[in-house]
Design a protein around this ligand. Sequence first.
Ligand code: C2E
Ligand code: CA
Ligand code: CA
Length: 741
Amino acid sequence: MYKKNEGIRNVAVLCAILLIFGIALFGCFGQIRNSLQQQLMSSIEGMAEQNEILIEKEVSTRFRLLSSLAREFSDGDESIFVDRLQGFVETYQFKRMGYIASDGIAQTTDGYHLDMSDRETFRQSMQGKQRLTDTFEDQIDGSDEIVNAFSVPVYEKDQKTVKGVLFATGRYEMFEGCLQNEIFEGQAFNYIVKMDGMIIAASGNSREWGIGKNIFTADISADENDDAAKSRMISDMKSGKSGYGMDPKRKEVSLYYYMPLKIEETGDEWYVVTAASESVLTNRMQVVMDAINSLIVIILVIISVSVGVYIYSWRKSKKELISLAYQDPVTLGDNFAAFKEKAKSKKDGAGWLAAMDLADFKLINSTCGVKKGDEVLRAVSEIFENEKGDNELVAHVNADRFVLFWMEENQDAIKERLERVIKKIEEIPERLEIPNLFPVFGIYHTMVLDEIDPLYGNAVLAKHQIKGRRDRHYMFYDELNHESIQENRELEDHFEMALEKEEFEIWYQPKYSAHTRKLVGAEALVRWRRQDGSLIPPLKFIPLFERNGNIIRLDEYVFRAVCRQQKAWQEQGQKMFPVSVNISRVSLYYSNVVEKYESIIRSYDLDSKYIQLEITESATIDNNEIFNLLEQFHTAGFKILLDDFGSGYSSLSTLNRMHFDTIKLDKSLVDYIGDDNGEKLLNSITKLAQSFGMEITAEGVETVEQLMFLCNLDCDDIQGYYFSRPLPVREYEECLKEACM
Ligand code: C2E
Ligand code: CA
Ligand code: CA
């Protein structure tokens, strides 16, 4: 009943959605990482540029000072130079300043006299160059402090010959102060590096590299695989270019940027290098990741909730669909489809399949209302549900039809259960204040429950045998079996012969006026006189011939015979009474039926007022064309009687829709007499029919009580055993004669 595949499909769709989501997220991460990296790179570059500007500014400021002092000293007395310098040492954050005379003897602001003639700086400045040295350890005072030296030439007055060198010793802190590291929470590192890779200065936070180390040989791009980056850096530096490098394996300097410092005094050999550790990237990534993670959690929650809601509503709608497909809307129990599904999945299919309906249920619907009808169906369903045992089934098929599957060892046990439910069903009318109910069951014994339709068909067949008889509530398929099937076949086979040999006899059942108790006419009823003299009642062969279509010829035969008989009585000078002839609904289906009957009656030169036609109401339900047919029959002069009114298929609405001249109250209605609700029903039906100007004939009147009640209702005619059974033609002729007296 339930499709597993649908569930699997939904889970697959869900997984696909999650997968797509995951892939999208992964791609997203990559992009975020790239853009973060780029951002980082440009920050590093920006920082390097800042460093460059600062360093260049600091250096040039100092050279400007030294240059202007040198100019001042060109015509001064060398002995006072040092005193003159004293005031600038502190201001420019030098460790010391000094003057070296052309013989190489230096005098410093901190009181040293020493020979510096072998110093490279001295030599170069003596040649007219300004110099800035690399960092070195201060040997003059023996402190080993890291310092560097600025030197400028001091010219003679003529500005051509160098007479000495002015120098200043810079403190390492000056560079350190220039090498900013506030960005990236101190995870950025700055260096001043010589072209050959030697580190001249490093920012204070630098742990891995220090002064004196070489970034090429010692560290950056130590990874052998990244030799390319290293050689690029080397060649870039040689040609004064700036550039990036990256080595994620290195902690402190996984990203770095290098750019040349434009300081002529160093021979343009200095570079500033800024590096950031991998942790900066990962930390930043972490922040983004945290945000994304919260986003994912939120999205997952939203997805889960939506999926939950979706699955819930999907299940709900599936349940609704299943209940639509398998639940009976009236009883809310199983419908026939559910019955079949459950039967299919049953392992043990041996048991009894019963088809059940309620005789005259239609009448309850039309007289007490559909709501009441539904109540009755629910009450019946409840009785069956209560009676249902484990592994047994019950369902409402449609209208007043139910199907049951009971499991019992033998017929007697089934009969016992049937009696029990029948008794309960017969208790419903009193409770719901409706006319009597007459349940009818057909039961088929089966060993397997695979295809329900043929089994149900057999049960229905059995039920039909007793339908409308009101003498039995149930019939087992086995009972009707071979005997009647065989009999039916025999009757079918002999139909042609019987027509030819005129084996069909017409009997006449007289109808009497309810008021005068005098004969008013008769109904023609067919019987089959077999060769052996036995007489077969119409209920044995009419339904059979209705099924195989022979009824069309039989009805016509009876109609012809009655016309012939009436004509004969007319010619004999008998008093004429109308005779009604039954026309099966099957006969009404063939075309030109009205012309046919009209031409027959004309052929006997008989007035159509002597022949009436009885049509059952089921015909009116099956054939909408009947309305036109009735008009045509009327035009042809026939009176039309609505036969069997109240026997199951009746519907009060027919009365105003169709133009019938007379309604014939079915015996089942007449049998209600004596029952309170039934009598009320009869009362309202007759009132209604009379209000439409119809005459009423009561059928099956057997007792004087029934007669009296019907007289009181102002019924017109009475037909029934109380007055007379159907009579062979000779006996009916006696009645005719009596009527003349
Ligand atoms: P129907 O047209 O309702 O005919 C009335 C039936 O009720 C007759 O049964 C009649 O014998 C029976 N009946 C009349 N009064 C009483 C009574 O007081 N008590 C009881 N228990 N029964 C009573 P019958 O003659 O056996 O006919 C049965 C049915 O066969 C008819 O029911 C009619 O539907 C059909 N039938 C008979 N002759 C023809 C025919 O020529 N053509 C067609 N199409 N159907 C026919
Ligand atoms: Ca009839
Ligand atoms: Ca009837």
